[in-house]
Ligand binder design. Structure first.
Ligand SMILES: [Zn+2]
Length: 504
């Protein structure tokens, strides 16, 4: 039988506010344990939470960016459970009346990767968002990291009360690749909005997956399991693939999938049972008596809407149209806002200096080739981060100047790549490097003819063979002359001249 997976994702994103969601404690990462706490986030009796307006604004930004409806009234609720990292014994969240709901994100499944299940590669898919609600984060448990790794666990409550949004998708996802594309799209949006740093390893962007399978064509859902502990895109993909196959095996063997929560063991690449899955009623949700219902007026929503930046999907479309680059290039260049800005600046500088093919899209493609080829290669070698502006140490003006020198024929491509690397590493002016190292391309016919004739004179055997019909020796002469000119010969001029000299 053919099965299809039904996957819904719950994403928790930490909001980049300066203070916590219900008190004034700092949210700064990396402080000494339990130094960023107060009676409110420690859950002392008699304290009252006060809602952080910026956190609400950020949540609304995300809602607008994902086409969600912002409710004019929403309610905070207590989600009750006991755990040592939760001093109040409940988490303030939202339940049946969330801040926002009913949105979507469009994704495109990478046409270069394998097809898994029924997803169509390269196809655009719309993934529905059920709701985005606000809540507070819990503290963190540190296991045996002190007292000579003794058998202790420590509680750090610096994170308790840090604002989160939970983004719940519809069960619209059909395979692990769609899940990853959806997550990447969400993370891109959050980072572009500057409301979350999107760091999965540090836990500021977390994902749980609800996974079930059903025979293709059936409408009803199968029993789902919940996957946790996937702290990279690769692990999300692996965990879902593993879990889908596990469920298919269980059913094919005549068994039943049990509703439970599973942890992904990244070392073994398997999912392991953690506990039977709790139901919503286990949490005894009830409206938070210490907070008033949250009312959002239209004017504020409009105001926030006007501050939204250009989002990744829009930017990709604009790049394709404005710079005449393929969608693959646009995808790479908009992978971070910083890289996209850098690219645009380089194109502008290049066109400003009278780029070849200005206005015909070729300037954009030329810059794109250099960014995707040389620049990203060097950044990767350095282990640098394309979301950091300091990564782009070669100034856009220097970038443009170098390309212009290639266009003008004053250096050839090979030299240009060397100079590019030099500028990248030293920040020096490309013209100064070319002059200093004597790398100027030789286009002067007299000088080139002299070099060619020397090569011809030194290789009588090859000349005879070439004249006898062994035409592929042509590249031998090109290579030898290039070598003699230290790679600085203008290739077009050289080609023409070698042909002429050999014909004599
Ligand atoms: Zn506090």
């Amino acid at each position: 039988m053919q099965y299809e997976a039904v996957i819904g994702l719950e994403v928790h994103a930490q909001l980049l506010t300066n203070s916590k969601v219900f008190c004034r404690c700092s949210t700064k990462f990396g402080a000494e344990a339990n130094t960023q706490v107060c009676p409110v986030c420690l859950g002392m009796p008699g304290t009252l939470p006060v809602l952080n307006r910026v956190a609400v604004e950020y949540a609304i930004k995300m809602a607008l960016a994902t086409h969600c409806k912002v409710n004019d009234k929403s309610i905070f609720a207590r989600k009750n459970y006991f755990y040592p990292d939760l001093p109040k014994g409940y988490q303030i969240s939202q339940y049946d009346q969330p801040l926002t709901q009913k949105g979507y994100v469009d994704i495109e499944v990478n046409p270069h990767t394998k097809d898994f299940g029924v997803g169509v590669n390269g196809a655009k898919r719309r993934i529905g968002i059920t709701r985005i609600h606000m809540e507070e984060d819990a503290g963190k448990l540190l296991h045996g990291e002190s007292y000579e790794d003794a058998d202790f666990s420590f509680v750090d409550l610096n994170r308790a009360g840090v604002p989160l949004i939970e983004i719940v998708s519809e069960p619209d996802i059909r395979n692990s690749e769609e899940a990853v594309e959806y997550l990447k799209a969400l993370r891109d949006i959050l980072v572009y909005l500057e409301i979350c740093d999107g760091n999965m390893e540090e836990g500021s962007f977390r994902c749980d997956a609800n996974v079930s399978i059903r025979p293709v064509g059936r409408k009803e859902f199968g029993t789902k399991t919940e996957l946790k502990n996937m702290n990279s895109f690769r692990f999300v993909q692996k965990a879902i693939d593993y879990e889908v196959n596990r469920q298919i095996e269980v059913i094919e063997d005549g068994g039943k999938v049990i509703q439970e929560t599973l942890l992904f063991d990244s070392d073994k690449g398997i999912t392991v049972s953690m506990r039977s899955k709790e139901e919503a009623h286990d949490y005894r949700y009830f409206p938070e008596p210490d907070l008033l219902p949250l009312h959002i007026d239209e004017a504020w929503i409009e105001e926030i809407k006007n501050t939204l930046p250009e989002l990744p999907a829009k930017k990709r479309q604009r790049f394709i149209k404005e710079y005449g680059i393929p969608s693959y290039d646009a995808g790479v260049l908009t992978a971070s806002k910083e890289l996209a800005n850098y690219y645009e600046e380089c194109v502008q500088k290049y066109e400003g200096q009278g780029a070849r093919g200005k206005g015909q899209g070729t300037a954009g493609k030329n810059v794109s080739n250099w960014v995707m080829g040389e620049l990203l290669r060097l950044i990767k070698e350095d282990g640098k981060d394309i979301t950091q502006p300091s990564t782009f140490s070669i100034q856009p003006s220097a970038f443009a100047k170098l390309l212009k020198m290639v266009d003008a024929g004053s250096i050839n491509l090979k030299t240009a790549k060397e100079v590019f690397e030099d500028v990248y590493k030293t920040g020096k002016d490309p013209e100064a490097i070319v002059k200093g190292k004597g790398l100027v391309q030789i286009s002067n016919e007299g000088a080139l003819i002299k070099a060619i004739d020397e090569v011809i004179a030194a290789n009588p055997k090859e000349v005879a063979e070439y004249k006898g019909g062994k035409e592929k020796l042509f590249s031998f002469f090109i290579g030898q002359t290039m070598k003699a000119t230290k790679g600085q010969a203008n290739p077009q001029v050289l080609n023409k001249l070698v042909k002429e000299r050999l014909a004599k």
